[in-house]
Each structure stands twice: as structure tokens, then as C-alpha cells.
Design a protein around this ligand. Structure first.
Ligand code: ATP
Ligand code: MG
Length: 253
């Protein structure tokens, strides 16, 4: 296979040039990082699980009319996506208090919020992805008011879809993060859901026991991360129980 041309290597994924203009190949690595990459490890099989789960969620979103960058899965670790201009804002939706909102506002983790709360964080590793307001986004030209309104409504549609899907398998969607990008059709611009939707970017708690099935397992040393993600995939029927984590050596890549 011809070697792909590298476009960008991030902490969890690698982007390569796609086969056609306007496309990219997104490769899911096994690397796990937390606290702005201060804590890092390699979790065998994580990339395979996230590739599958992101495919599953994005395909489902596409089926209910939420536009995403997903085109098709190529193999165990790679998917073909539409190249977008990423808006430098992480969009977080919270249903239950956990993580930074609990710390910042002194709300106990696990407290149900009166309504879903949408937050924007400026994508800047050097600054630690700070929380910003719509005013900041508009004043600094990261997004227009119209973009922000569209981003909120996309995020809330993702929240409704993901919450329902998870509830069906006994999991509470506590919060999640998405990235949104612009695509152009001539002069006409649209916003679509990009990056990934996976247990790396969600908080997922078992509805009965409260057990965590997300990246907090890694952040807080609560057990085996691949086992937690495998449980999510198993409940959703995304992968057979014994399909992950993959054993080494592997011919895929
Ligand atoms: N459809 C897309 N088109 C262009 N860029 C994308 C698309 N989907 C995701 N990206 C970008 O690709 C990168 C994915 O890599 P990864 O998630 O590993 O990055 P990261 O280490 O989290 O760093 P970053 O701070 O850039 O997000 C991110 O920068 C993300 O914004
Ligand atoms: Mg990322």
C-alpha cells in the first residue's frame, strides 16, 4: 500500500491526505492522554474501539439528519472523513455535573443539572483549553453569532441522540465534547460535526451502579480502560465481546 501523506498528528489520532480532494483519512491511535497530556499511556485496542464507536455514533447521527464528517470506515483503525475547517472551540454539553464544572462551581459530581448546559472551550493546549463565552468567540473572530447558535443546536441534537442511545443500554450520558467544522459548497458554508465521538470524549456512567465507562477510568486510575470501552461497545452491539482489545503483533495499519 502506498504510504499516506501525513497532514497532522495529534494526541489520539493522525490525519492523512485522503484519496480525493476534500477528504482525509483519520487514524485512531492507542495513545491515551489526560490533564493536557501530563498523564499518558498506550492502551492496547483503544484506537480500534474508538474508530468503531465513532463510526457507529456518527452514522446514527447522519441517519437522523445531523451532518457529520464521517464518510466510511476503511479498516480497524482508519476512517475516511470530509476535511473541514475546524472551529477552534470545543463544544461541551453537560446533563449531570462532573469534572471541571463541579470543581469550578462547587457542585457535587452526580448532581443532575436543571437543563443541558452548553459550554465553549477555546482549543489551545498551551492555555489548557480555557472556558470562553460567546462574547469572546465573536470578539476574537472564532465564530459568528449565527455559527454559535448553529453549534448549540447541533450539540443539543447530538445530546438528545446520544442520551437516548445510551439510556437504551443502561448508561447515563453525563457529558460530552464535540468539535465542529465548516465545509464550503461554493459560497455557501455549513457546519458539521467533526473529530470523534467516543468514550474518550464522553462521560458514561452505568445507570444502576454508577460505574464509569469513559476516560475518567484512565484519568483517575479506576481500572482497565480498554475493558470499559469494550463494555460500551458490547452493550451497543458494536463489536463482539472478544473482538477487542487486539493482540499484538498485528498486520493492520
Ligand atoms: N474532519 C476534519 N477535518 C479537519 N480536521 C479535523 C477533522 N476532524 C478532526 N480534525 C482535527 O484533527 C485532529 C485530531 O487529532 P487529535 O484528536 O489526536 O488531536 P489533539 O491532540 O486532541 O489536538 P487538538 O488540540 O488539535 O485537537 C484535531 O486537531 C481535530 O481538531
Ligand atoms: Mg482531540
Amino acid at each position: 500500500m502506498a504510504r499516506r501523506k501525513l497532514v497532522y498528528e495529534g494526541k489520539a489520532k493522525i490525519l492523512y491526505e485522503g484519496p480525493e480532494p476534500g477528504t482525509l483519512v483519520q487514524y485512531f491511535k492507542d495513545d491515551a492522554t489526560a490533564f493536557n497530556a501530563e498523564k499518558r499511556d498506550v492502551i492496547d485496542g483503544k484506537g480500534v474501539l474508538n474508530n468503531r464507536l465513532s463510526e457507529f455514533f456518527m452514522t446514527g447521527l447522519g441517519n437522523i439528519g445531523v451532518p457529520t464528517h464521517f464518510i466510511r470506515r476503511i479498516n480497524m483503525r482508519e476512517q475516511l472523513i470530509r476535511a473541514v475547517e475546524i472551529i477552534p472551540l470545543e463544544v461541551v454539553v453537560r446533563n449531570v455535573a462532573a469534572g471541571s464544572i463541579s470543581k469550578r462551581l462547587g457542585i457535587d459530581e452526580g448532581t443532575a443539572l436543571p437543563r443541558p448546559i452548553v459550554e465553549f472551550y477555546f482549543k489551545d493546549d498551551a492555555l489548557g483549553d480555557p472556558l470562553v463565552s460567546e462574547e469572546h468567540a465573536i470578539a476574537f473572530g472564532w465564530a459568528s453569532q449565527q455559527d454559535l447558535d448553529d453549534m448549540i443546536s447541533l450539540a443539543l441534537r447530538v445530546n438528545d441522540f446520544m442520551s437516548g442511545l445510551m439510556m437504551g443500554v443502561g448508561i447515563k450520558l453525563v457529558d460530552f465534547k464535540i468539535e465542529i467544522g465548516r465545509i464550503w459548497d461554493g459560497d455557501y458554508m455549513r457546519l458539521i460535526v467533526a473529530d470523534e465521538i467516543s468514550p474518550d470524549s464522553c462521560r458514561l456512567w452505568d445507570m444502576e451502579t454508577g460505574q464509569k465507562f469513559d476516560k475518567d477510568v484512565f484519568r483517575r486510575d479506576l481500572g482497565n480502560l480498554a475493558d470499559a470501552y469494550t463494555e460500551v461497545a458490547r452493550r451497543l452491539g458494536v463489536m463482539p465481546t472478544n473482538a477487542a482489545p487486539v493482540t499484538k503483533p498485528t498486520l493492520i495499519n
